[in-house]
Design a protein around this ligand. Structure first.
Ligand SMILES: Nc1nc2c(ncn2[C@@H]2O[C@H](COP(=O)(O)OP(=O)(O)OP(=O)(O)O)[C@@H](O)[C@H]2O)c(=O)[nH]1
Ligand SMILES: [Mg+2]
Length: 262
């Protein structure tokens, strides 16, 4: 089974080498696709160096900062064309600890999408101020309530998708591009009937490099949620969804957390 980890980067020079090395060192055979938007700090050249010395590392160079959503899409297309069965997305800034990747992949035996979730028992956030905590929690609660989303962490970017999911969802029709892309994706997955499981993660605030989130993104995300809310009036798409084995119950395996089943 081929596993691809897609890492969008914009000015992550200080993080990307360590991150890629940690992913390559995992006990699973994961490939990495970095999608760099011509980062002014030279992240792209650093990744070129990594790609030259490791055959499990690939890179997509884009001309400028084209947004997180289209970066994921570019990564999905490359991963799919290279035959990936599981496609993982994660941030480059170590907010998403790569050590959780094997758990995400394991749980994907039972769910079409698995999420590294902050908002489940034993999940959480460290080193965030009150304002940032409130913003993230509020955005998630808003999206869940208005859209009826069942996943506990709908704005999480740490996910594993089955190939089938990304082939069925009309990726080119996804409208949002920034952070709200994540909400739109999970909304489309739920509407199509794919199942979602979550593992708890501790999300750490970035230690190196700068944040790219802006007030504009927050307004855009609210607009996306309202737009998707109206699209619920339309008929659900008809998607063929494979059936997966039932996940073992949590009492059978204390290390396996299966929180939400859609
Ligand atoms: N290719 C690409 N990557 C992006 C873009 N915007 C953000 N990223 C990357 O997406 C990931 C998430 O962005 P962050 O800036 O960490 O956003 P955040 O996690 O919401 O905020 P902080 O952790 O506070 O910095 C990081 O790996 C970024 O480098 C973009 O326009 N293009
Ligand atoms: Mg971050």
């Amino acid at each position: 089974m081929k596993i691809c980890v897609i890492v969008p980067t914009y000015n992550e020079r200080e993080n990307i080498t360590d991150l890629v090395q940690q992913i390559l060192a995992l006990p699973i055979d994961a490939h990495v696709i970095v999608v760099d938007d011509n980062s002014p700090d030279g992240t792209g050249e650093v990744v070129d160096g990594l790609a030259e010395s490791h055959n499990r590392v690939g890179v997509i160079h884009r001309s400028g900062k084209l947004g997180l959503g289209t970066a994921y899409l570019a990564g999905f297309k490359k991963g799919l064309s290279e035959g990936a069965d599981r496609l993982i997305t994660m941030d480059a800034d170590f907010s998403h600890n790569p050590s959780y990747i094997p758990q995400l992949v394991d749980l994907a035996n039972y769910y079409h999408i698995t999420i590294g979730s902050r908002y489940v028992p034993q999940g959480g956030v460290v080193n965030w101020g009150v304002q940032r905590r409130f913003l993230s929690w509020g955005a998630n609660a808003f999206a869940r309530t208005i859209l009826g989303l069942k996943a506990n962490d709908c704005t999480a970017g740490f996910r594993c998708y089955h190939r089938e999911v990304l082939l069925s969802i009309e990726l080119d029709q996804i409208f949002s591009n920034g952070y709200s892309f994540l909400v739109e994706m999970i909304f489309k997955c739920q509407r199509a009937g794919f199942t979602v499981g979550e593992i708890p993660i501790i999300f750490a605030n970035r230690e190196r490099g700068k944040s790219k989130i802006s007030h504009r993104e927050i307004y855009k995300a609210m607009y996306t949620v309202m737009r998707l809310a109206f699209s619920r009036l339309k008929r659900r798409p008809h998607v063929q969804v494979s059936s997966l084995p039932d996940a073992p119950s949590q009492s059978d395996d204390p290390n396996q957390f299966v929180i939400s089943q859609l």
